[in-house]
Design a binder for this molecule. Structure first.
Ligand code: NAP
Length: 319
């Protein structure tokens, strides 16, 4: 039975979700969309008990502080770099995310970008569609097998990417902030030393203030003229200006990118580069994964309002 309108908790939707999630959520909660002009336009700001946001939108300090009854931020995504955790902690707001359920699809995207880039799948598609196949041949492309793969950030997704590349008869190396004593793969002391060894560098590290520009100009140059750079993490983790310069000058061979600074209004110089494959942040965007992510968001909301332990907590309430 659904709760009566007046008794339903108010949940602020900072980002939307598919109808298959919204329909059951409307039964239990009073869903309120965040107005375009922000929380100042919200008549019910004082009564908002929880908010749902995405990795891309997050929740900044101004939003958190404008909602005095807020007790839960639930992120529809694993990356919470755009949620101000200091403000959430100060205001005693719990934060949850959707780990694990998206790992496989995001790892698959890293492999898809690597194959599309090295085998020039998009260029081949364009050639066939143009009708020019009989007049023009494709240049020869690069192999994946036997190459050295460097993973920056051996977390859940980084490890899933490495495991997939093992099936391509590659050598795996990695850089990780903390030691990974159980890993049999080769550890490198810095992203730059990893890049100097690797043929293909795959960035899977978390976003946030601490990893801004982690893959810097030195690391990009160290990858070398035949090197490929793949990023499925966040646009912030790579020095994007240095990356564009390296792609324009041929300092590296190419890049496969699912994430950028200023999505979706990305740097227009990417659009005229012939040595990139560009994906509009689609890492977790499959039906199965989005359903599983939605279920986790709803499970966190339900547990919170039932006073139960939150299934996937990033930050606990402290009082
Ligand atoms: P995870 O298991 O928590 O792994 C995070 C990785 O980042 C670990 O290697 C961790 O190192 C490292 N890390 C965290 N904070 C760091 C810091 N301050 N300095 C250096 N390294 C740091 O997360 P995951 O599930 O693998 O997800 C990784 C990232 O992928 C997410 O944060 C998100 O940005 C991105 N992502 C992208 C998409 C997409 O659609 N393209 C989808 C989902 C996720 P330690 O082992 O030392 O903690």
């Amino acid at each position: 039975m659904s709760a009566t309108r007046s008794s339903r908790p108010k949940v602020l939707m900072v980002s939307s979700m598919p109808e298959w999630d919204l329909a059951p959520m409307r039964e239990a909660y009073d869903l309120i969309d965040l107005p375009a002009d922000g929380p100042s336009g919200l008549a019910s700001a004082a009564d908002i008990a929880a908010l749902v946001t995405s990795g891309g939108k997050g929740a900044d300090a101004a939003l958190i502080e404008a909602l005095p009854a807020l007790a839960l931020i639930t992120v529809y995504g694993v990356g919470y770099d755009k949620v101000d955790l200091d403000a959430a902690s100060r205001c005693n707001v719990a934060v949850t995310n959707t780990p694990d359920v998206l790992t496989n699809d995001v790892a698959d995207m890293a492999l898809a970008l690597t194959l599309a880039l090295s085998r020039r799948i998009v260029d081949g598609d364009t050639l066939v569609r143009s009708g020019a196949w009989s007049e023009k041949s494709m240049p020869l492309t690069g192999s994946i097998s036997g190459r050295k793969i460097g993973i920056v950030g051996l977390g859940r997704i980084g490890e899933a990417i490495a495991n997939r590349f093992v099936g391509f008869d590659t050598e795996i190396g990695y850089w990780n902030r903390s030691p990974k004593p159980l890993s049999s793969w080769r550890a490198f002391p810095t992203p730059a030393t990893l890049a100097a060894w690797a043929d293909i560098l795959v960035v899977a590290v978390a976003g946030g203030n601490d990893t801004v520009g982690l893959v810097n100009a030195e690391t990009i140059v160290a990858l070398g003229r035949d090197g490929l750079l793949i990023n499925i993490s966040r646009g912030t983790t790579i020095d994007e200006a240095a990356l564009i310069a390296a792609l324009e000058s041929g300092t590296i061979a190419g890049a496969g990118l699912d994430v950028f600074l200023n999505e979706p209004a990305i740097d227009r110089r990417f659009l005229s580069l012939g040595n990139v494959v560009l994906s509009p942040h689609q890492g977790s965007a499959t039906v199965a994964t989005r359903r599983a992510m939605g279920e986790l968001v709803r499970a966190n909301l339900a547990a919170h309002f039932a006073g139960e332990t939150l299934p996937t907590t990033v930050l606990h309430r402290h009082r």
